[in-house]
Design a protein around this ligand. Structure first.
Ligand code: GDP
Length: 456
């Protein structure tokens, strides 16, 4: 009988489609849990529990053959989740994998909830929470930089850095405890300088990590690049040309009014969230008079603005106006460069970037200029260095740093007895442990796994 255990329970067997649903050569059905082998054995012929060996089998239910599929058994704990796992590679499409899943459910497996396989891997100690998050980020990665950052996190780069900081914190706690318990011992109390320098090095370790957050979050979310300019200067064409070049995923902004189109392109160093504000006029009077199409909403979020015009005069006007409205750096983009006859300069403005949506000229240079602008304003991405890539990471490190500052204050001012002050050190440790997931905090887990897809 199907069970009704809540997500997070480890004592039942879960099943889900691990590959994307729909037409495709192969679909992967994954079963994990204490009864995975016995449940699968009822539907697989010939059955063999020989580990990690793909075998061609018939999948059947109630005497009817459902498919021919490759079946691989991963006995726990040497599996992704740490439980017994069976992976069945069926033919793709909708009906075949759904029938196989239904058969497994009829024998006692439960449909997995989003991220439940990975959640089990964390609860079984196969991954920490940061590594689990990295899997989600790898799946969602929209740029090579994000893929690389996620892979580093999956490899444990950030976890190791945090574990080292946690260890330093615990050593500081021990020093304080020693100081309290044995002030008159032979060695005498712990020298103040030793504690001072431990506090300092912890504080700067956390600061260094926090300093990676703006870049990390930008890599994850993408830098907002707003295309602004008068109607008909070629904004939409430029948007399409840039998107087309990098085969981007075009997503409409959710909301009731379609006020902008957004696409993420990942061809450069940074993922860029390109925003085309076509067909939209700002409510600002000046903008209205000059007929410049910008969305103030996006302008305020922009990391870079592309001021576009198809003449130098238009470019001066547009960039001047946009510079007044936006705090982000503005790049001057001279559109329709292909229309300029041979031998003539496209633009007399030295900083204008000539582009053509028609023949593709200048597009690569434009992406390089955006990358360079972001590097100037946000700093260099240090490849493979651990970084904080989400608000969850940043909040936890900020909380730990604030606790250490409070401890430092109490320690220096000698306002609180060290036993009381060291409560702040404990709180900092807990903050790091929650971040790594070494302590099971239900709502933290729920938040992390809520964005996962089913079957992961
Ligand atoms: P928007 O209103 O600023 O979004 O402008 P569009 O992208 O709709 O383009 C306006 C007109 O300019 C259209 O007829 C386009 O075909 C044309 N256009 C846009 N970009 C180029 C270009 O790079 N070269 C040429 N020759 N024409 C362009």
């Amino acid at each position: 009988m199907p069970t009704n255990n809540p997500p997070g329970a480890l004592d039942d067997t879960i099943v889900a489609l691990a590959s994307a649903p729909g037409r495709g050569a192969i679909a992967l059905v994954r079963v994990s849990g204490p009864d995975a082998l016995s449940i699968a054995a009822r539907h697989v012929s010939p059955w063999s529990s020989h580990p990690r060996e793909a075998r061609l089998c018939t999948i059947h239910n109630a005497g009817e053959a459902l498919d021919q599929a490759l079946v691989t058994v991963f006995p726990g704990p040497d599996s992704f989740t740490g439980d017994d796992v069976v992976e069945i590679s069926t033919h793709g499409g909708l009906l075949v994998p759904a029938s196989v899943i239904a058969a497994l459910i009829s024998s006692g497996a439960r449909q997995a909830s989003p991220g439940e396989f990975t959640r089990r891997a964390v609860l079984n100690g196969k991954l920490d929470l940061l590594q689990a998050e990295a899997i989600g980020d790898l799946i969602d990665a929209q740029s090579h930089t994000m893929r690389r950052a996620a892979l580093g996190q999956l490899d444990g780069g950030l976890s190791r850095r945090l574990m080292a900081l946690r260890q330093d914190l615990i050593e500081l706690e021990a020093l304080i405890a020693y100081d309290i318990d044995f002030p008159e011992e032979d060695d005498g109390p712990v020298p103040r300088e030793r504690i001072d320098s431990a506090i300092q090095s912890l504080g700067s370790g956390l600061e260094r990590l926090l300093a990676t957050a703006p870049i990390g979050e930008l890599i994850r979310e993408g830098a907002v690049v707003v295309i602004a300019g008068a109607p008909n200067v070629g904004k939409s064409s430029l948007f399409n040309a840039l998107v087309g070049r990098s085969r981007a995923i075009v997503t409409e902004i959710p909301g009731t009014t379609r006020d902008a189109i957004e696409a993420v392109i990942g061809g450069g160093t940074w993922p860029l969230r390109l925003v085309d504000t076509a067909g939209l006029r700002s409510t600002s009077d000046v903008v209205e008079r000059m007929g410049i199409e910008v969305s103030e909403r996006y302008l305020s979020q922009a990391h870079v603005v592309l001021a576009c015009a198809d003449s130098d005069q238009g470019l001066e006007q547009t960039s001047g106006l946009v510079q007044r409205l936006a705090s982000a750096p503005v790049l001057r983009v001279r559109t329709k460069a292909d229309l300029v006859s041979n031998g003539n300069e496209v633009s007399r403005l030295p900083d204008a970037i000539p582009v053509s949506a028609e023949d593709g000229r200048g597009l690569q240079e434009l992406v390089a200029a955006i990358d360079e602008t972001l590097r100037k304003t946000h700093g260099q991405i240090i490849p493979d260095a651990p970084m904080l890539t989400s608000a969850r990471h940043r909040y936890a490190i900020e909380a730990a740093r604030s606790e250490i500052l409070q401890f430092e204050h109490a320690w220096r001012e000698e306002k609180l007895p060290p036993t009381v002050a060291s409560v702040h050190l404990r709180a900092a440790v807990v903050s790091l442990e929650e971040l790594i997931g070494s302590i099971d905090v239900e709502d933290v887990f729920d938040r992390v796994f809520s964005s996962f897809c089913v079957g992961k």
